[in-house]
Design a protein around this ligand. Structure first.
Ligand code: NAG
Length: 329
């Protein structure tokens, strides 16, 4: 009897190169078919209004936000409190923590606990993580939001500043994720949000330390996601958030020529959406998604001309007077 579909025994009888080729061909067909589905699914979700969509139920879950005392972190805390989550905020600044807790209380949400943590200190992260698990419960959603920026040309950066930027903007992600991921893996459930930046997709004036750490967060997000998916942890979700300039103290003074600064509330809302829709990659504003790949195929001199003459990137960064230590962006 002849069949057109190959059985495993047919495959076994083929010689090796032919079998490899056949397998590759099959993989391509499956890929093509699934791709059609994924593109249609993506289009469907793009045009479907949120109210017709099943969003993740956050009620009762523990949401931990690093840098939760800062501008965007505080609004993320409020957004998730409104979804009846139990909020844990980490910040290095006790006063900032108190401001967030007071803000939530003012809106009638009292399920919020704050911890003073220096996330650049590994042992302190582990110790506070154990404390949170004991006092509040296991963390279901981890939002790695804390970050600092100094914004000076390379030759003006102190060694200490460079190291601190790395410790806070990327190395700390290893410690927080190490502390909270094992529980998520045990239950194949949870969500890790990595707050990166458009500067993680495109280097910027005065950001040789900052941009490099933000590039690192993208590598971290993509690789950890690959690890999790490859080993079957398909319900531990990850979202990467790449905002451009946010209108908080962090980038105060900066006046981009061709775009408006993002409002912190908009960024917090999009982070909430990303979690509830299990979005993998969220660029703010979304239009920048189309611009960044240009650097891969336009002549380098043309890219520089675009950046310096049209967008006036360096010029806008030179107006920076930020306060240095705040969350996000
Ligand atoms: C959301 O989850 C909570 C806690 O698990 C549950 O009590 C509530 O009924 C859920 N809400 C919806 C709309 O499914």
């Amino acid at each position: 009897m002849t069949t057109t579909t190959a059985t495993s025994s047919d495959l076994l009888h083929m010689d090796k190169p032919l079998r490899a080729f056949y397998q590759f061909f099959l993989d391509l067909i499956v890929f093509a078919l699934k791709s059609i589905y994924f593109i249609l699914e993506s289009l469907y979700y793009t045009i479907l209004p949120d109210r017709f969509r099943k969003l993740k139920n956050i009620s009762g879950q523990v949401v931990l936000i690093t840098g939760g005392g800062g501008g965007v972190g505080r609004l993320i805390a409020l957004n998730f409190a409104k979804l009846e989550a139990r909020i844990v905020i980490w910040d290095i600044n006790q006063e900032a923590i108190k401001t967030t807790i007071d803000l939530l209380a003012k809106h009638g949400y009292h399920n919020c606990k704050g911890y003073v943590v220096d996330i650049s200190d590994r042992e302190q992260v582990y110790q506070r993580a154990a404390q949170v698990t004991e006092e509040v419960g296991h963390v279901d959603i981890l939002i790695n939001n804390a970050g600092i920026v100094c914004c000076k040309p390379f030759w003006e950066l102190h060694d200490r500043v460079i190291q601190n930027t790395y410790n806070i903007n990327i190395i700390s992600h290893y410690w927080t994720v190490k502390a909270f991921l094992p529980y998520m893996m045990r239950h194949n459930r949870g969500h890790i949000v990595t707050v990166s930046s458009v500067t993680g997709m495109l280097g910027t004036y005065g950001c040789s330390d900052y941009a490099a750490t933000k590039y690192a967060t993208i590598g971290f997000h993509e690789s950890l996601l690959t690890d999790l998916k490859t080993h079957g942890y398909d319900q531990v979700h990850m979202s990467l958030i790449c905002p451009s300039y946010i209108n908080t103290g962090m980038f105060s003074g900066v006046k981009p020529r061709l775009q408006t600064m993002l409002e912190p509330q908009y960024v917090a809302d999009r982070i909430e959406d990303a979690v509830r829709r299990n979005e993998v990659w969220c660029v703010l504003p979304n239009s920048i998604r189309l611009l960044t790949p240009l650097k891969c195929f336009l002549p380098a001199k043309m890219c520089w001309e675009l950046m310096s003459r049209v967008i006036r990137g360096p010029e806008s960064m030179m107006m920076f007077q930020g306060r240095g230590r705040v969350a996000a962006g």
